[in-house]
Design a binder for this molecule. Structure first.
Ligand code: NAG
Length: 227
């Protein structure tokens, strides 16, 4: 019979290793991608619904911003000014569709047609224009050469947790440097149920995913985007 000590080690080791690994992942990712989460909006330019006051009077607004700066000459050049954002989104939304939060969304939707919006052939065929549906629940509401905003807008068949939020992705060229920004905004009525970004663990896991996507997507653009 194994000793209690061995037993304890065998059962807690995987958990501790996973926690250590995630800790390592979080700190190495946030070295390359700056993450900042606040209980208010960090930028006035985000398209929150008009019914949500931005002053915090009736709603709590959580804002996570992940930013990475890349040397512009390291990025591919496309003849079409909006192509870099399209290419980046195609790659990153496919990457996101393989993360656990996307599986959760997938299984919360029974509609076969909507489930198709999680597939790589679909996601890489999109130009991320207004009205496009991405990964089942994100509806494009803003599209310019440098910015896309998507509102959490689940289909009728959605049976997952109620979420109210917005994703914004921006690629801003500032001369020799190009800034990649990924915004996640979640809001709720005061007194309502807390959103993911309010809790320590939720914020931490969310930052790992957002920073991982920005890091992976910018690397991919620099290495493969020119092909
Ligand atoms: C931005 O981060 C959110 C949340 O982690 C993620 O769902 C989304 O796919 C990311 N967008 C891009 C283009 O990386």
């Amino acid at each position: 019979m194994p000793s209690p000590f061995l037993y304890l080690t065998l059962t807690t080791l995987p958990l501790a290793t996973t926690a250590l690994y995630l800790h390592h992942l979080h700190s190495s990712l946030t070295k390359n991608v700056h993450c900042h989460t606040t209980p208010h909006l960090q930028s006035p330019s985000l398209s929150l619904p008009a019914s949500i006051p931005r002053d915090g009077s009736t709603h709590l607004i959580m804002h996570e911003r992940a930013t990475k700066v890349v040397p512009t000459p390291a990025l591919p050049r496309y003849p079409d000014p909006r192509a870099i954002l399209t290419t980046y989104l195609r790659h990153n939304m496919v990457a996101f569709s393989r993360y656990p939060p996307a599986w959760m969304l997938y299984f919360a939707i029974s509609d076969v047609g909507v489930r198709k919006t999680f597939s790589a052939p679909y996601l890489t065929s999109l130009n991320y224009e207004i009205g496009d549906l991405v990964n089942g629940v994100y509806r494009v509401i803003t599209r310019t050469d440098s910015k896309v905003e998507m509102l959490f807008d689940p289909p009728r068949s959605y049976r997952g947790p109620a979420v109210t939020g917005l994703l914004a992705v921006e690629i801003r060229e500032e001369g020799e440097q190009t800034v990649f920004v990924n915004d996640t905004v979640m809001w709720r009525e005061k007194g309502g149920k807390a959103v993911v970004l309010e809790g320590k663990v939720g914020r931490w896991t969310h930052e790992i995913i957002a920073a991982g996507l920005v890091e992976g997507g910018t690397k991919w653009l620099m290495e493969e985007g020119t092909r």
